[in-house]
Design a protein around this ligand. Sequence first.
Ligand code: ARG
Length: 410
Amino acid sequence: MKKERIVVAYSGGLDTSVIVKWLQETRNAEIVTVTGDLGQKKELTGVKEKAIATGAKKAYVLDLQKEFVEQYLWPTLKAGALYEHTYPMATSIGRPLLAKALVDVARKEGCTAVAHGCTGKGNDQVRFEVAIAALAPDLKVIAPLREWEFRSREEEIAYCEKHGIPVSATKKNPYSIDENLWGTSIECGVLEDPMVEPPLDAYQRTVSPAEAPDTPTYVTIDFRQGTPVAVNGKKLDVVALIQKLNEIGGANAIGRLDLVENRLVGIKSREIYEAPGATILHFAHRELERLTLDKETMHYKAKMANDYADMIYNGLWFTPLREAMDAFIDETQKTVTGTVKVKLYKGTLEIAGRTSPHSLYDLKLATYTDEDTFDHGASAGFITIYGLPAKTFYRVNTTNGRKKTSAAKK
Ligand code: ARG
């Protein structure tokens, strides 16, 4: 009988290494691993060899960076999506792309199931599984961490030793870290106490404000239709552009976040994040929109930004609603073209200037000098009618500024 073939989302770490062997053993399956390069700094050289040494039949290491930026990060940026008004969602937005890569390989390799190394109490299991269900409803999903017998890291290491799986000798990091081009997520260890200030060693890619330069750094970013295209006047490819801003931001202590957040599975968790490039880009993009979007669109879009962030965070990327939101957002971005100058200084961001060919800022209307063309007289009639509903309500329901009893009591 033909063996079952399973695709495993493989990072090369302890859990996913154990998964490769465990699935072979418990299901007598053939394993194909997939490792996605989303711009994590961790070396991916050797991952393929390690997967094969662990027993995989075939191992894919895929460079997904460009697709990540163009199809996932730019929509997120254009939407202004920050979960709970704060987190740029580096981890969350990487999951649908990894799920898509897993499905693609599963198809190519004739696999009937996909396995991932997410725990049973996090958001990532939901993101993977909902995305896979949407893209390939026939594929089975296996989540070994929800069902296997290992209760600790030590037990997993013992299993590796028993089966000759290479376990890297490096000391266990005190934190659980997930990183990619858009940012780093850091949790566990002492960070589990929300009253504990993150120790210096918790941060991976930013200096502290105290270590940052004593003079400000200026950065200009050019946007075309909501998408960043150049930094300091230099056109860069999409991956290099974010790398560049990560570098400049990281050196100026930009993008550190410490967040108690609401997980989809009902838990409140505390995590710290570093997203220097994403923080600069969200800031600059928002400033450009202030200049180029009309008031109603800007206010409406801000409400949608929260919903869009929830969709990403809650694993609803591959959904008709998200696609429809993208259509709306892209329409709003047609005039979001221009240049923003940002000042970085010891962890802070300030707007230092903005300009756009689509700027709605009209000096002739705004000025207090004699160049003024605004029709002051028109305000009087406007205010009379604008205030009429409030005036009518209080005329009917108050006497000498006090609520009438019938209106106050009922
Ligand atoms: N809380 C974040 C999210 O759900 C990150 C989760 C992964 N964090 C980690 N340190 N491994 O998007």
